[in-house]
Write a protein that binds this ligand. Structure first.
Ligand SMILES: [Zn+2]
Length: 94
């Protein structure tokens, strides 16, 4: 049987109540008599919520990495063919 924590919105009184899940939540404050009790969220509930959110976030980040192709080694620059000595009009070898 779970224990529920209640807090009175009217006077701030807090109490823990052992209740069946099917039981109607408490309303009347035993300290001031106002029907202002509200069920409190337990610390355990917060922790569960937090880890679930983190797991979802982690999954989203893991799926997108595509391997990048490494560029092939640059081909060596083609050696410029040695220019044959041209004998032009201004050549003095003739
Ligand atoms: Zn109260």
């Amino acid at each position: 049987m779970p224990i529920y924590s209640y807090r009175c919105e009217s006077c701030g009184h807090t109490l823990d109540a052992l209740q069946k899940i099917a039981d109607a939540p408490l309303r009347d404050c035993p300290a001031c008599g106002a029907a202002a009790l509200h069920k409190q969220v337990t610390a355990a509930g917060f922790q569960l919520k937090g880890s679930g959110w983190y797991a979802t976030d982690f999954k989203g980040k893991g799926g997108g990495a595509a391997p990048k192709a490494e560029p092939a080694a640059a081909t060596a620059a083609a050696a410029a063919p040695a220019a044959a000595p041209a004998c032009g009009a201004s050549c003095a070898c003739h």
